[in-house]
Design a protein around this ligand. Sequence first.
Ligand code: TXA
Ligand code: MG
Length: 316
Amino acid sequence: MSYIERAAEFIRAGKLVAFPTETVYGLGADATNPAAIQLLYSVKRRPAEHPVIAHIDSTEGLKRYGTGVSKSAETLAEKFWPGPLTILVHKREPGVVDQATGGLLTVGLRVPDHPIALSLIRSAGVPIAAPSANEFGKVSPTTAQHVASDIGTKVQMILDGGPCVVGVESTIVDCTRTVPLVVRLGGVSVEALSEALGSAPDIAHDGEVSAPGTLESHYSPRAHVQLVTDEDLDVRAKELLESGRSVAVIGPRSADVSGAFNLPVPTELDHYAHVLYDQLRQADLNGADCVLVVPPEAQGLGRAICDRLARAAAKP
Ligand code: TXA
Ligand code: MG
């Protein structure tokens, strides 16, 4: 029996399996099994009212698990699935259990663009509910090693697919509204959504969003994150070092001061996203008190990166 078939058996038996997607690693459970979802929430220490995304293996799932599916939902599924986009639709009964949707009347569906994820869903024969496979409130895992160090002892199996290609979570679009609403920025850019829809979607502002992944300080490492411009980087690093702090620097160039721990990121946006979460974790592993981050331009994928960095920096 292959690893994927074994993992699928665990899913069908109500157990938890961590698996790779193109965005981040997910912690999977059978989305049609209330007991499995309860186990998932207790392991993630996730509040019961926080819904999870149901991962499906094809666009057909949109109407199988959703109802009253809007034209915009169909258009986006057609264009971006498989891919880093989660679509919120009205929930069809029976299907994804209420425990997985926090009692909401909508369900978040996504077809991940990863061969292991797709084989697992197909082999299990059920939609797989999966939040990111990190401890609640921590930086999402982009390698199997991240998963193992966060929650390794609590899952039945971790499928290792190497580092995630995209590196930030999926974009979430609420397609139950007349004008689709982006409730979380992510792997599909707002520009790409606008082009597919033929007009711009609405974008949720802080405070009026129901997705808990959009809470401030939800993506924080332990170290204190500060955002700086490239011009201010050296001065700021020097000040912090002189005040006795250990300093990590995440940005396209090294800080021009001795004593700072440099964690380089490429300037190309997709590469920046690909390495960011690992570099945030590296800052913690290296005992940094502060991480100075030079964010990319807030365009395309850069907008999602800036969103995550702003939340990491907002840690109280
Ligand atoms: O890229 C991703 O989306 C990854 C991979 C594993 O697919 N998953 C992920 O899951 O980031 P999680 O649980 O960390 O974030 C899911 C977000 C949460 O903010 C949740 O509130 C929102 O999706 N969500 C799910 N279903 C929803 C619904 N019916 N209504 C509103 N928000 C929903
Ligand atoms: Mg998460």
